[in-house]
Design a protein around this ligand. Structure first.
Ligand code: NAD
Length: 308
């Protein structure tokens, strides 16, 4: 990435023709970010806490790329090249080779702060440390680091390969050149960039949280069925998905965590999470990723070419 704050020198382990990207967390977003970065020609390592989870992330990246081929958005050759550009890791050790690290671990401030402390030690000092948080203050994630100026919010949307937007969120201490490098990276991936101040939920998540929470309250109060609420949002407002279909895609745990961040940040009743969301999360009904949320999902078949 020619836009990184400092180019890799020859003695630098990151010296390489291709941009090296290290993605922390191989879940819904990490796998999509890995696929999108690899399609743009980056060498990508996607990391998780176990071999099984990292492999699942790679399988999901493969599925997303297969689907893009079926839709004619990506050629089979580009898919194969992208897949050859992705490998997996356990632990942060291999972050040292990356020009950009993108954290996509669960939406939990304490977890992200611990991860960034470890990443500051593991990554090369000139690498950008980006977080895909959808709601947490970037400034808080970076606070306590020796160099908080290298941390920036880089908020992708789900499904990453299909969504054109990336929100860039500079924290209060983010250096302008780091924010600019993050914008350039997102544009290189073919995304349109909008900037947001470091306010809870930024622009997009704040808007979405209210929409989803209101739908949950209507279901909880018996105003209409989940199917009718979804249909009303789709046909009444031309939304491509209903709020429950969308929450199942996002993950109910993530949606609830976001509402709690907004509540903490604003103390405004608009962001009081519907108890239905909380009890469904407690029951493990997390949406597509757990096989059941507002709707049920059969287990996906293994992707073509996946290891048995
Ligand atoms: P997810 O639950 O699907 O994936 C999180 C992954 O992180 C899991 O595979 C988990 O094993 C892994 N993980 C947990 N602890 C870890 C650690 N210490 N080190 C490395 N990996 C670890 O979550 P997601 O939906 O991909 O969300 C990830 C981030 O992206 C969150 O901050 C979320 O708010 C944000 N986000 C989510 C969406 C969405 O639609 N789901 C959209 C935009 C942004």
């Amino acid at each position: 990435m020619g836009t990184a704050p400092a180019a890799a020198s020859e003695s630098d382990p990151r010296a390489s023709v291709r941009t090296r990207v290290f993605v922390v967390g191989a879940g819904i977003m990490g796998s999509g970010i890995a696929a999108q970065s690899a399609l743009a020609g980056c060498a990508v390592t996607v990391e998780d806490v176990s071999e099984e989870l990292a492999r699942r992330g790679l399988d999901n990246a493969r599925r997303a790329l297969d689907s893009a081929v079926r839709k004619g958005r990506v050629s089979p050759a580009s898919r194969d090249e992208a897949l050859a550009n992705i490998d997996t890791a356990i632990g942060l050790r291999r972050a040292d080779a990356a020009q950009i690290v993108i954290e996509a671990a669960p939406e939990n401030l304490a977890l992200k702060r611990t991860l960034f402390t470890e990443l500051e030690a593991a990554a090369h000092p000139s690498a950008i440390l980006a977080t895909n948080t959808s709601s947490l203050p970037v400034t808080s994630i970076a606070s306590g680091l020796r160099d908080p100026g290298r941390v920036v919010g880089l908020h992708f949307f789900n499904p990453v390969l299909q969504m054109d937007l990336v929100e860039v969120i500079p924290g209060l201490r983010t250096r302008p050149e780091v924010a600019e490098a993050a914008r350039a990276f997102a544009r290189r991936l073919g995304k349109t960039v909008v900037d947001s101040r470091d306010s809870p939920g930024f622009v997009t998540t704040r808007a979405l949280a209210v929409l989803v929470n209101e739908a949950a309250w209507m279901l909880y109060e018996g105003t209409a069925t989940r199917e009718d609420i979804d249909t009303a949002y789709k046909l009444g407002f031309r939304h491509p998905m209903g709020p429950f279909e969308l929450t199942d895609l996002v993950g109910l745990d993530t949606a609830l965590a976001i509402l709690d961040v907004l509540w903490d940040g604003f103390r405004d009743s608009r962001y009081r999470a519907c108890p239905l969301l909380r009890s469904m999360v407690a029951a493990g009904k997390l949406g597509r990723k757990s096989g059941e949320g507002f709707y049920s999902y059969p287990a996906p078949p293994p992707p073509a070419g996946a290891a048995p």
